[in-house]
Design a protein around this ligand. Structure first.
Ligand code: ADP
Ligand code: MG
Length: 333
């Protein structure tokens, strides 16, 4: 049987994770959350995450500048640290490079990587470099730190919680569509494209949310709400209701979607790489939290639905009317 039958999460769940259960020590958190967690003393844990970007699968060499790719390779990893509520400490970069890559390409890649490293004060402390046949392969690892009591896991969503996101949805998927359909870049749509090429990891928002006990579960949106919310639901043993009319879209996306006849809701649910945080929060704490979130970040903590007591599934409505829930997010294989 081919691995395509299992899919990305089937491979992880059936072929990889079970083999290591007995080696995972008490208090460690292994496969299944945005970061691995290893306690170092009675207060603090190490967290670690790693993510790979493969040419033609995650990026097209002709459609992203090396500077942007360097930035993005680190950003997607910092986003997983943000999803736990942690502080990033250092990164590790492994590169597989075809031998005909220009030196200037690597210099620009490192400049982009460095610019985000400097922004979050995260030094590059190691990695590996090798040649590859035709395609560029990039793997980044980031380790960070977090107080035990502040860790936000996927498994803590409770029935009655509200589901919130820390920023606009669908921009990255729309930016990818712009690239693939060669839509001309203008002042009206350049921000959308930029959010696909250089997503800002929501590390400050993650740290801020980690301070509150009313925030229960958290994940970063790498594969779209359809797929990423299901990770929270399965880990927590609950269901969710998403009110599609509440999904937050930038004005630029609404205009672009209208012009191109794209459905913004679909981009948000099944498109990936927005890298905003999705969290569940006690319903009674939401209003105050959203108010002080706005004071801190000058942007909204958008409520898009709620957690329900039922077997894991997402129920979608649009203005109260039940909608098709077959759109499930980006999947590899
Ligand atoms: P994310 O989108 O947050 O990066 P993924 O969906 O890629 O997370 O992975 C889900 C979980 O499976 C994570 O805990 C990740 O560490 C783990 N995982 C993925 N691939 C492997 C692998 N090859 N070996 C061990 N763990 C893996
Ligand atoms: Mg993640």
């Amino acid at each position: 049987m081919k691995i395509s039958k299992l899919g990305e999460f089937g491979i992880i769940q059936d072929l990889i994770a079970p083999e290591f259960k007995e080696l995972v020590q008490q208090h460690m958190t292994g496969i299944g959350d945005d970061c691995a967690i290893i306690p170092i003393n009675d207060k603090t844990s190490h967290i670690f995450t790693t993510d790979m970007l493969v040419e033609n699968r995650h990026f097209l060499r002709g459609k992203i500048s090396p500077f942007q790719l360097g930035y993005k390779s680190l950003a997607v990893n910092l986003s997983d640290i943000a999803a736990m509520g942690g502080t990033p400490r250092a990164s590790y970069l492994s590169l597989g490079l075809p031998s005909d890559i220009e030196i200037s390409w690597v210099e620009e890649f490192m400049k982009g990587y460095k610019s985000l490293s400097a922004e979050f004060n995260v030094p590059l402390l190691g990695g590996d470099t090798t040649s590859s046949d035709d395609t560029i392969i990039i793997n980044v690892g980031v380790n960070g730190e977090i107080h035990h009591e502040k860790i936000k896991r996927r498994s803590e969503a409770r029935s009655g919680d509200l589901i919130c996101v820390t920023g606009h949805l669908g921009n990255s998927a729309a930016g990818l569509k712009m690239l693939l359909s060669d839509i001309p870049v203008s002042t009206a749509n350049e921000d959308i494209l930029l959010q696909h090429l250089m997503p800002r990891p929501h590390v400050p928002e993650g740290l801020w949310l980690a301070e509150s006990k009313s925030v229960h579960a958290m994940i970063d949106l790498s594969d779209g709400i359809g797929s990423d919310l299901m990770h929270i639901l399965k880990a927590s043993g609950v269901a969710a209701h998403i009110a599609l009319e509440k999904l937050p879209f930038s004005d630029a996306l609404v205009r672009l979607a209208q012009d191109q006849n794209w459905e913004a809701q679909e981009l948000a649910v099944s498109g990936g790489e927005d890298y905003v945080l999705l969290l569940t929060v006690s319903a009674d704490a939401y209003e105050n939290m959203a108010k002080s979130f706005r004071e801190s970040f000058n942007s909204a903590l958008y409520c898009i639905g709620s957690i329900e007591k039922a077997a894991p599934r997402v129920r979608y409505t649009y203005n109260g009317k039940e909608q098709d829930s077959s759109k499930t997010g980006f999947r590899h294989f």
